[in-house]
Design a binder for this molecule. Structure first.
Ligand code: FES
Length: 171
């Protein structure tokens, strides 16, 4: 859910970022610039770490569309983060097959190990975690993926999750 009141910091787009916008928009026919919205939001997220409301407003202004058109898209796709997040985001599948073999236990283990609730950021800025819908690897459940690279891990145990987190901490 978009929480506009938490996202009031103004943002400025660098000329390098706008140049990338221009290049992407140039791939589409004149008047169809809205079609570039998804890649532009990815660029914004890569630049700022998340897609804040002021950043989405600026994208709307750039594309000459209404802010609500950007909010609709950004809030539909879970790859866009509408709140600040850690450098690494652990996304645990919480759909039926993964739950049957312990996904909920894995999520509470992650919550305890990181010391933050779902959606929060650890004090060192390194980690967030959340439950997501089926990651299409049900036969290897329970599974998780870790953004920003979306590396994928199967057959999770509490021990393997500890190793994953410790390795990322020591990177
Ligand atoms: S239910 Fe978890 S990957 Fe499909």
């Amino acid at each position: 859910m978009l929480k506009i009141e938490e996202q009031q910091q103004p943002v400025e787009f660098s000329s390098a970022l706008v140049e990338k916008f221009d290049e992407i928009v140039s791939r589409y026919p004149a008047g169809k610039q809205k079609s570039a919205l998804l890649p532009l939001l990815h660029l914004v997220q890569a630049e700022f770490g998340w897609t804040s409301a002021p950043a989405m407003d600026k994208v709307a202004e750039y594309l000459n569309i209404e802010p609500i058109e950007v909010y609709e898209v950004a809030s539909f796709y879970s790859m866009y983060f509408l709140q600040p997040k850690g450098k690494y985001v652990l996304e645990v599948c919480r759909t039926g097959p993964c739950c049957l073999v312990g996904a909920e236990k894995i999520m509470s283990h992650i919550e305890g190990k990181l010391g933050v609730k779902e959606g929060e950021v650890t004090a060192d800025g390194l980690f967030s975690w959340r439950g997501v819908e089926c990651l299409a690897a049900c036969g290897y459940a329970p599974v998780l993926q870790i953004g920003p690279e979306y590396t994928f891990y199967e057959n999770l145990t509490e021990q393997s999750v500890d190793t994953l987190i410790d390795n990322l901490r020591n990177k």
